[in-house]
Each structure stands twice: as structure tokens, then as C-alpha cells.
Write a protein of this length. Sequence first.
Length: 272
Amino acid sequence: MTDPLHAELLELAREAARRAGELLRDGRPADLAVAATKSSAVDVVTEMDIAAEKLITGLIAERRPEDGILGEEGASTAGSSGVRWVVDPLDGTVNYLYGLPTWAVSIAAEQDGVTVAGAVFAPMRGEAYHAVLGGGAWVTGAWEGERRLACRPSPPLDQALVSTGFNYVAEVRDHQAEVARRLIPLVRDIRRGGSAAIDLCDVAAGRLDGYFERGLHPWDLAAGDLIAREAGARTGGRHPGSPPSGDLAVAASPGVFDPLLHLLENFGAWHD
């Protein structure tokens, strides 16, 4: 049975993600422009990122004023309830800026440092993914009702479809490209979608056999990591048993995880 608090947090995450996603989808101005940059001139923020985060944090503050919040666009409150929300109001901003469909809203709730609920809404796919700790992972879409997510049966690594992403700092991205160059002859193929949250959900949905990326932040992966794990995938970081982190995040079908992580270690995936 799902913990009543976790169920409450999940419903709020789903509502906030849906409302923010609809704002982003329906409110995107034709002349959308860059409002600010972050790690480099190509790591951008738009006015819509900021508006979506304001909507999400306002809704959370209204419903659960004692909770903490960590948001990509600067929202940060400590809270006193033991619950913290980890919010990416627009994962895939560059895709959104260019009118590409691969972007999402990602919202996770942590209780005492453990992620217990997560929601990822991908409006241009018409799909909403969600999970609660111990309750499995689910998706709604153009079909009727919810479908339970399950990662793919594990193929041999040379038949695995793997996704990755690249940092916006040129030196780091150059190293990541070299890792991808060495990896691509050893797998079925590599994809690069541009949204970590969607990549993690695609592992959960069996659309990818694996995913890895360096340089992610907590808001990029908190919800998607829970969704992938609840769908049966393994996730982790650079050390055995460690969680995904900025050094390295890996998610894969159970039989793909170790061989993929071993290759990434051999290729120095987390080194400059």
C-alpha cells in the first residue's frame, strides 16, 4: 500500500507538472528569445523557464508551505517538513527554444533526502510519466487509462540502443564526444535527445536499453531516476552502488548496466 503522504506528494507533482507543461506548450511566444545564460553562452534560459518555475513553486507553496524547494532557475527554500521538491521547469530548453518537441517538466519530491515521488510531463509527446517509491512506474498518453512501465529485456551490449547528452562547456563536451566515439562501435547505436528526464523515462518505457550522461544536476534526474528504477531499470553513478550524480549518471536494463558502466570507466567518462 502506498504511503498516504507519498500519494499526496505524487498527486501534487503530477498536477504541477501538467499545469506548467500546458503553460509552456500553449503560452510559447512566437518571438521566444534567450533571457539569460548559465554555464556558457549556449546554455540558455528563456522567459518561459522562469514563468514555469514560478507557477510550480507558487502551487507548492500554496498547498504545502512548510516544504523545501530546489529549482533550476533559482528557487531555493529550506523548509521545515522534511519534504523537499526538486524542480526542473523545462528540461530541454534548447529544444524548446528551437521548436523541437523533446522537452519536459520534471518534478520530484524527497522525504528526508529520499526521492519518494516523481512526475515527468512531455507535452509535445502527450505523455505523462509518474512513479511513487515502491509503487511501480506508470504513463498516460493518447491511449485510454494508465500503462505500467517496464524496461526492456536486456540484450547483449552490442545490440543495445543507448542515449547520452553533452555538456554546454566546450572542453567537457569535447571529452564526451570522444567517449561517444569509442563507445558507438560497441553498441547498436547512440541517440542524443536533449532532455535527461525524457531519456530516463524512455529507459523506463523500454524505448532505450541504456542512458548515460555527465554533468547533470539534481533537478535533471531526480524524477526520471525514480521512474526508471520503479520500471525495473538499474541506475547509478561512477562508484559501485552510488546514486547518479553530476560526475556520472547511468540508467539501463539490468543486464546492460554493468557492461555499459565498465566501458564508461575504461573510457574515462567522468574525467576531463
